[in-house]
Ligand binder design. Structure first.
Ligand code: ADP
Length: 563
C-alpha cells in the first residue's frame, strides 16, 4: 500500500503541469482569436484613412495654379498664388501638408510656406514617391519628414503641362491621431512596413525597431530613401511573443497585435490550481474511502473473531450442559436408589404383611375345605387375591421408580400424590402417622415425567414423616390447589419446623441433619433440580401453628393437551 503512494507525487506533478500547459494554450488561442477580431475592426479604419486622400493629389494636379507655377518658377506672384491655393485646400481637407515639386524634386510651393520648417526650397528627389510620380505613377510612401522630423504618409501624382510631366504634387497625411486611438488598448498594437520595421504603434519604445534582423538590401534601401531619417534601425531587444497580423494599405504593411502573455500565464496558473484542487479532493476522498474500507475490514475481522469465540463458547457450554445433565441424571438416579434403600425396610414390611396374610388365608382355606366349608374357603381365596394384587401394585410402583429414562407426558397431580402416598402407607402405619390427602382440586395436569414427580412427592413426604416421628399426634397432610396457571401441592407436617440455620442450606446437596445411615442430604437438592427442569418451583417455610410446609408449584397444561 505504501509504494503506489510514492508514485502519486510525480504523477500529480505531471497532471498539474499538463493542466497549466492546457490552460495556457487555450487562453493563448483565445487571445489570438480575440486579437484577430480586433484587427478585423481596426484594419478597415486604417485603410479608410489611407484611401481617403488617395485622389486628392490627382485632383489638385488639375488646378491651373500648379502648371502655372511650374511654368514660372521665378514669378513671385505665381508662387504666392500656388502657396495660397495649397494652404486653403490643406486646411479644408485637414491633411498634414500639400506641396509642389519641379522635375528636379525642388519644392516650389507648399501649404506650410509661412512656417519656419516649411517645405519650400527643399529637394525631395530621393524620395521614392517623387520618383514614382515623375514616372507617371501614383507614388506612396511612409517616412519621417526630413525638415519637420514628423512621420507621415505621402501620396504623390504627376503634374502635367502641355501633356508632359513637369512636376509632382504630394500630400502628407499624419497618422498620429490613429496612433492615439490605439493607446487605449492594453495589448501592443503596431504597424510595420514590408521589411518588418515598426513605425507606428502604442509602444513608443518599439518604434523604428525591426521584428527581426534586416537583410543588407533592406538596410541600403532605408538609407537611400531616408525613410526613417537619422534612425538607426535595429531588431527589438526582446521577442514580443505570439502575434496576429493583417496586411493593410498598398505598401505591404502589417498591422499587428501582440496579445498580453500575462493573461495567458494567469489562465495557465488558474488551470493548474484547479487541477491541484481536484487532485487534493480526489486524494482526500481516496483516503476517506481507504479508511472506511480498513474500518470495515477490521470490523469484519472482529465479527469473525467474535463469531468463532461464540461458536467455541457455545460448544463448551453445550458440552458442559451435556455433562451437567448426565451428572444430574446420575444424581437423580442415585437419589432414587438411596431412597429405595431407605424405603427397603418399609417395603419388606409392606410385602411381608400381605405375604403372611396370604399364607394364613391359604392355611385357613385348606382347613375350611377339609371341614367342608367351601364358602369360607372361597372367601379366603378372595382375600388372597386382594393381598397378591396389593403386592403386585407395590412392586410395579418400585419398578417404575427405579427406571432411569425420563418420559415426558401429561401427569395428573392427584394421581401422583395418591401413588406416592400408597408407597409410603406402611411407613405411615409404622410411625402412627395420619396422612391426610386432599385432592379435591384435581384434575391438575402438568407436563413431566410421572416417576420424577412421584420421586419429588415421596421425598417431601418422607422428610415430613421423619420430622413428625416421635412427636405427639403426628400428622402429615397433602393439599392440592389450582392457583392461576399453576398446580400447587402443599405438604405440611406437625414436626418441629425448619431451624433458621438449616433453612439457608435446605436445597444444598449432601446437607443433612439426620444421623449417618438415615439421610444422605440429596433428597431436596435432587427434587429442586427436577422441579426447576419442569419450569416449576420448590420452596419451604415454617407454618404459624408450628411445623414445616413445602410448596411444589408446577405450570398446568391445557386440559385438551392432557388427553
Ligand atoms: P435428608 O432427608 O437425607 O437429610 P433432604 O435433602 O431431604 O436430605 O433434607 C435435608 C434436610 O432438611 C434434612 O436433614 C432436614 O434437616 C431438613 N428437612 C427436610 N424436610 C424437613 C421437614 N419437613 N421439617 C423439618 N426439617 C426438614
Amino acid at each position: 500500500m505504501r509504494k503506489p503512494h510514492l508514485l502519486l507525487y510525480p504523477a500529480a506533478t505531471i497532471i498539474i503541469v499538463c493542466a497549466y500547459l492546457l490552460g495556457a494554450h487555450r487562453a493563448g488561442n483565445e487571445q489570438l482569436e480575440q486579437g484577430q477580431r480586433q484587427l478585423q475592426l481596426m484594419a478597415p479604419e486604417l485603410q479608410s484613412v489611407l484611401e481617403r486622400f488617395e485622389t486628392l493629389p490627382f485632383v489638385l494636379a488639375q488646378q491651373p495654379d500648379l502648371p502655372n507655377a511650374l511654368a514660372h518658377p521665378n514669378d513671385p506672384q505665381a508662387i504666392a498664388r500656388l502657396n495660397q491655393t495649397l494652404q486653403t485646400i490643406q486646411q479644408q481637407a485637414k491633411v498634414g501638408a500639400l506641396y509642389l515639386m519641379d522635375r528636379n524634386g525642388l519644392t516650389l510651393g507648399a501649404s506650410n510656406w509661412d512656417q519656419p520648417l516649411g517645405f519650400a526650397g527643399k529637394n525631395f528627389s530621393y524620395r521614392p514617391y517623387f520618383q514614382a510620380a515623375l514616372h507617371g505613377d501614383a507614388g506612396r510612401f511612409y517616412g519621417i519628414g526630413t525638415s519637420t522630423s514628423e512621420a507621415g504618409y505621402f501620396i504623390a501624382q504627376p503634374v502635367r503641362r502641355n501633356g508632359a510631366i513637369d512636376g509632382v504634387i504630394a500630400v502628407k497625411i499624419s497618422l498620429a491621431e490613429l496612433e492615439r486611438n490605439w493607446n487605449s488598448s492594453e495589448d501592443p498594437i503596431v504597424l510595420a512596413d514590408r521589411h518588418g520595421v515598426i513605425f507606428l504603434g502604442n509602444r513608443p519604445a518599439w518604434r523604428y525597431h525591426s521584428l527581426g534582423p534586416l537583410p543588407p538590401e533592406a538596410l541600403a534601401e532605408l538609407a537611400s530613401t531616408q525613410q526613417y531619417t537619422g534612425r538607426n534601425v535595429t531588431p527589438l531587444a526582446r521577442n514580443p511573443g505570439p502575434r496576429v497580423t493583417q496586411e493593410v494599405g498598398r505598401l505591404g504593411w502589417q498591422l499587428m497585435i501582440f496579445p498580453n502573455q500575462l493573461r495567458v500565464v494567469r489562465s495557465g496558473i488558474n488551470w493548474a490550481l484547479a487541477a491541484a484542487l481536484l487532485l487534493a479532493c480526489g486524494g482526500v476522498s481516496y483516503w476517506a474511502m481507504h479508511q472506511q474500507q480498513r474500518r470495515r475490514e477490521e470490523r469484519q475481522a472482529f465479527d469473525r473473531e467474535l463469531e468463532s469465540r461464540i461458536f467455541q463458547r457455545t460448544q463448551q457450554l453445550s458440552e458442559t450442559n451435556r455433562i451437567l445433565r448426565t451428572t444430574q441424571n446420575e444424581l437423580v438416579q442415585a437419589g432414587k436408589l438411596a431412597m429405595l434403600g431407605q424405603m427397603a425396610a418399609g417395603m419388606t414390611h409392606e410385602l411381608n404383611q400381605p405375604l403372611a396374610a396370604i399364607r394364613a388365608f391359604a392355611d385357613n382355606a385348606r382347613t375350611f375345605l377339609e371341614r367342608g366349608q367351601p364358602e369360607q374357603a372361597a372367601s379366603n381365596l378372595g382375600h388372597i387375591g386382594d393381598a397378591s394384587a396389593r403386592m403386585g401394585a407395590i412392586i410395579s410402583q418400585l419398578k417404575g421408580f427405579a427406571r432411569k429414562d425420563e418420559t415426558v407426558g401429561p401427569v395428573e397431580l392427584g394421581r401422583a400424590v395418591r401413588s406416592s402416598a400408597f408407597l409410603l402407607e406402611s411407613e405411615c402405619k409404622r410411625c402412627n402417622v395420619v396422612l391426610e390427602i386432599d385432592t379435591s382440586a384435581a384434575p391438575l395436569t402438568v407436563a413431566g415425567d410421572t416417576v420424577r414427580i412421584e420421586q419429588v412427592l415421596i421425598n417431601l413426604l418422607r422428610n415430613a414423616l421423619d420430622a413428625v416421628e416421635g412427636r405427639p399426634q403426628p400428622r402429615v397432610s397433602v393439599v392440592l390447589s389450582r392457583e392461576g396457571t399453576d398446580g400447587v401441592a402443599r405438604i405440611s407436617d406437625s414436626g418441629p419446623g425448619i431451624p433458621q440455620e438449616v433453612a439457608a442450606h435446605l436445597f444444598e446437596p449432601f446437607f443433612t441433619t439426620k444421623p449417618a445411615g438415615q439421610g444422605l442430604g440429596l433428597g431436596l437438592a435432587i427434587s429442586s433440580s427436577i422441579v426447576q427442569a419442569m419450569n416449576g418451583r420448590l420452596s419451604a417455610h415454617n407454618m404459624d401453628g408450628g411445623g414445616a410446609q413445602f410448596e411444589l408449584r408446577l405450570p398446568l397444561i391445557e386440559e385438551g393437551a392432557a388427553r
